[in-house]
Design a protein around this ligand. Structure first.
Ligand code: ADP
Ligand code: F6P
Length: 521
């Protein structure tokens, strides 16, 4: 038996050798006449990621909208989260069991990938090709794309891991561009299952998507699902455009297409955040203390928080800040930009190039404007603890969310959810999915560096009353349309007759919280 099972031991494969690990959770046996239906979440990224440092495992909270966003629905549910735990090669058997037990406590089921699969499936295809295409950056594509067979093989591993654990009545929810082939594979393996697919990133304009040699094969992969979901109407429109030209399919008035004798719903489900959780944690005394500390360090604070990804527009954001200091010298010595950039996909050349570009810009701008008592840009190249993230959201006078293209951008919504003081200004790119909902933000074109500089100036000058009015409207939107509503609407679309709440309620075993597990490593 394996993780998700209930024998006192379970076996894991370590580089081809089977080792048996003691199951950590108490061996309670509850006789249930009918197995409760479960939600099986499948994504490449699990909410925890393990790395091997000096032969020891380091387990950390995963960064990224998918991993952070799905925690709520998973925590509240009684299902499993199936995904890649990170690279565990080089761990001895005991250390390996220790890590497996931590994932098991989270009701997370690791799908172990070989080093080659990580290189080709994750880095070369998912991040160097699909990510670039979906963010309209064909200029960043490798000259020749190879490795689709490895992408297919890795997708098959995820599909096998699901099919092995699926029970009649379970709902399967597949996530994101790394797993585009999984819905069709699951349709073959468990034909009667209810299968959902959600794309967390933009579906590109068909003209861009069509540069991929395997475009039809990828789209057919997603059509194994019963419901295919997108953040915005624009992304779904691009997808239906691709379906029309590749497969001659037309979406009908009820948002369905018919393919392979099945009706597939193409729905729009803008993802939210756990707004209540962010509000509560943002009001914690230790966050308030850290916020005051941050506030005391500068008269006015600008904040940017992103994975270090070329889609986030960090370089142009820094140039806009420089333009502000040139066009409005009155701000010199009085404002600071804190830019937190999480290391991401560092083995992909485009991401290494971006790091050099951003760090040389930070150095040049600081070198030009800094004084012995003032450094304009604080640049942090790392993930920050949640309390610091929340304090930065609370301390920001202006939150800069200026991606060049972004599926949704949950940072924008987290910032709003944390501002129970109804203050702070959100400057938001018109190319972020969140713009469709957050109309009361100050909307900018991130490519227009001078416009962004002027908008930062006017945001700093904005009256308190206007700041409050805008933030109140933004908070009403973010609180009402939170992640639980998103999950419920998607799961209801996937299985109207299913007790979606049941999927959420009365779980037999509360998974350990991420922080509990991470703190123990
Ligand atoms: P993406 O999914 O492309 O990374 P999102 O803005 O949708 O972008 O989601 C980013 C997620 O990662 C958010 O939940 C945010 O809180 C988290 N995050 C981003 N930067 C950091 C950081 N430096 N430290 C910790 N968490 C971060
Ligand atoms: O949230 C969108 C997304 O692309 C997720 O699929 C991914 O988990 C996240 O960004 C972070 O990227 P990665 O998993 O490659 O670190």
């Amino acid at each position: 038996m394996e993780i998700g099972g209930d024998t006192p031991y379970y076996t894991v494969d370590v580089d081809g050798t089977s080792i048996s690990c003691p199951r950590r959770r108490p061996a309670i046996t509850i006789i249930i006449m009918t197995e409760p239906a479960r939600l099986l979440i499948v994504s490449n990224r699990l909410p925890l990621t393990a790395d091997v440092v000096g032969g020891r495992a380091v387990v950390r909270r995963s960064v990224g909208g998918l991993a952070t966003g799905l925690q709520g629905p998973h925590q509240q549910g009684n299902g499993l989260w199936i995904g890649w735990p990170g690279q565990l090669e080089g761990l001895d058997a005991d250390a390996r069991c220790e890590v497996e037990a931590q994932f098991e406590e989270m009701r997370a089921v690791p799908v172990h990938l070989t080093a080659k699969e990580v290189d080709v499936f994750y880095e070369e295809i998912s991040n160097a090709v699909l990510w670039a295409i979906c963010h309209d950056r064909i200029d960043r594509l490798p000259l020749r794309v190879t490795g689709w067979e490895t992408y297919e093989a890795a997708n098959a591993r995820f599909a096998d891991a699901v099919a092995e654990r699926w029970r009649p009545g379970d709902i399967v929810w597949v996530h994101d561009y790394q797993l585009l082939r999984v819905p069709a594979m699951l349709r073959q393996r468990i034909p009667e299952a209810r299968i959902g697919f959600f794309l967390h990133i933009p579906f590109p304009n068909p003209e861009v998507f069509f540069t991929l040699a395997v475009r039809k094969w990828l789209v057919e992969g997603t059509l194994g699902a019963d419901v295919v979901g997108f953040h915005t109407r624009r992304y779904r429109g691009h997808f239906t455009g691709a379906l029309r030209r590749l497969l001659g399919l037309e979406m009908d008035a009820s948002e369905h297409v018919t393919y392979g004798g099945r009706r597939i719903r193409l729905g729009i489900f803008p993802m939210g955040v756990d707004a209540a959780d962010f509000t509560t944690r943002g009001d914690a005394p230790e966050v308030h203390a850290e916020t005051l500390e941050l506030r005391s360090s500068a008269e006015r604070l600008l904040v940017g928080i992103d994975r270090l990804d070329y889609s986030k527009g960090i370089s142009r954001r820094l140039l806009a800040f420089e333009r502000l200091l040139v066009q409005h010298p009155e701000w010199r010595g009085r404002i600071r930009l804190v830019q937190v950039a999480v290391p991401s996909r560092g083995r992909v050349s485009e991401y290494r190039r971006l790091r050099r570009e951003v760090e040389s810009l930070v150095g040049r701008i600081n070198g030009k404007f800094a004084t012995p008592t003032w450094t304009p840009i604080q640049y942090l190249f790392r993930s920050v603890p949640q309390h610091t993230l929340l304090a930065l959201y609370r301390a920001a006078d202006v939150m800069l969310v200026t991606p060049l293209r972004d599926g949704m951008n949950l940072v924008a919504k987290e910032f709003v959810a944390t501002r129970s003081d109804e203050d702070g200004v959100l400057v938001l790119s018109e190319f972020a999915g969140a713009v469709d909902e957050l109309r009361d933000a100050v909307i900018v074109n991130p490519y227009d560096v001078d416009q962004v500089a002027e908008v930062i100036h006017s945001s700093l000058m904005m009256e308190r009353a206007e700041r409050r009015t805008r933030m109140r409207k933004l908070r009403a939107q973010v609180i009402e349309h939170d992640v639980h509503r998103w999950a419920k609407e998607f799961l209801t679309a996937l299985d109207p007759g299913h007790d979606v709440a049941g999927l959420g309620g009365g779980s037999l075993r509360q998974p350990a919280s991420i922080d509990d597990v991470v703190q123990r490593t």
